[in-house]
Design a binder for this molecule. Structure first.
Ligand code: F3S
Length: 81
């Protein structure tokens, strides 16, 4: 299982993650990304068919703000940092 969350404190609104994974990530009015899956809490498993997109987004974020882990984040983007 994979879980994801955006660190909104380090996201610079570059827009890459939503381009790579439009079914996972969207942006707020300031262009800061968040996960659509679970309101950016990192508590719901990313569906298997979206894992490839997720990895693309993870690898493409210039500020390492797309966090991915095997366990839930419980709302804390730096839980496993
Ligand atoms: Fe922000 Fe990184 Fe996405 S900077 S908009 S989380 S690619």
């Amino acid at each position: 299982a994979k879980f994801t969350i955006i660190d909104i404190d380090t996201c610079i609104a570059c827009g890459a993650c939503g381009a790579s994974a439009p079914e996972i990530f969207d942006y707020d009015d300031d262009g800061i990304a968040f996960s659509l899956i679970d309101k950016n809490t990192g508590t719901i498993e990313v569906p298997d068919d979206l894992i490839d997109d997720l990895i693309d987004a993870y690898e493409g974020c210039p500020t390492d703000s797309v966090r991915v882990a095997d366990e839930p984040f419980d709302g804390a983007a730096d839980k496993f940092a």
